[in-house]
Ligand binder design. Structure first.
Ligand SMILES: [Zn+2]
Length: 262
């Protein structure tokens, strides 16, 4: 429990259990790292310092708190491990319901696993969409510093994000935060002579960036394609036949996807 300045630790003490040869009842949950410790500590920033303006925006506590767990994974094991961490969060989540818990609900009604799992995964996805880590961490720091010891909601976070990135993010929040469900991608990315072809169908009304990497005349290349609902048939003319085609960041796109690169 995230009491201000003093976390009450209600899980287990993995290190103590190992040292004292004691049974650890939560060993399975703490298999990868002592996530309770990271999560509750994160609430000193998200929940205790910056508190939600109303329970509909409960994810400011739990989505951001769970996001910090993934940041810890990235810090200790790398970004690929963090991608896998958030992909697991997405797989385990309910498909119905939105991260936004409604206009001024009672705290009990606002509670949902979605604010943890999808809430954290959409922050990881948002960072990928921002595509500029400096601006991303600046946004999180500024949001925390501006609303430290105050209340703030999603609109305040969005406003700081928009000021830093000089981009409009209303559609992102509409699809991922206020909306329900996740998209599904199916298709291929392949070379057709010197043309790179993306033929991918999206189920669900979302906008997703699909990063493609390849080698062209010995040089590494990359391009971000923007995908929308329905059939996407996109082409990029290259100077030579692209080889080693890959879609390296597909794990940062919430949803179940099958995109093959040939
Ligand atoms: Zn929490």
């Amino acid at each position: 429990m995230e009491h201000s300045t003093a976390v009450a630790y209600g899980s287990s003490y993995p290190a103590w259990c190992v040292e004292n040869d004691a049974h650890d009842p939560y060993a399975r949950r703490n298999k990868e790292f002592d996530y309770i410790l990271i999560h509750e500590m994160a609430h000193e920033w998200w929940g205790n310092a910056v508190s939600t303006d109303h329970w509909g925006n409960f994810w400011i506590h739990e989505g951001f708190g769970t996001y910090a767990e993934g940041v810890w994974v990235e810090f200790t094991a790398g970004l690929e491990a963090a991608d896998a961490f958030f992909a697991r969060k997405m797989r385990g989540m309910a498909r119905r319901g939105s991260v936004y818990r409604g206009d001024h609900p009672a705290s009990g009604d606002a509670y949902s696993g979605l604010i943890y799992s999808k809430g954290s995964a959409i922050l990881h996805h948002l960072r990928h969409c921002v595509d500029d880590d400096e601006l991303w961490w600046k946004t999180l720091t500024e949001f925390n510093m501006t609303y430290r010891y105050k209340n703030a909601g999603t609109d305040e976070f969005q406003a700081i994000l928009e000021a830093n990135t000089e981009r409009e993010w209303g559609q992102f929040f509409k699809e991922w935060f206020y909306g329900e469900g996740t998209p599904r991608l199916n298709g291929d990315v392949q070379a057709d002579g010197a043309t790179l072809r993306v033929d991918v169908t999206m189920e669900g009304d979302f906008h997703l960036p699909l990063d493609v990497t390849w080698t062209e005349a010995g040089e590494p290349k990359s391009h971000r394609f923007e995908l929308v609902e329905g059939k996407n048939s996109l082409k990029l003319e290259c100077s030579a036949t692209p080889t080693d085609i890959a879609v390296p960041h597909i794990g940062r796109l919430p949803g179940r996807h099958k995109v093959e690169a040939h």
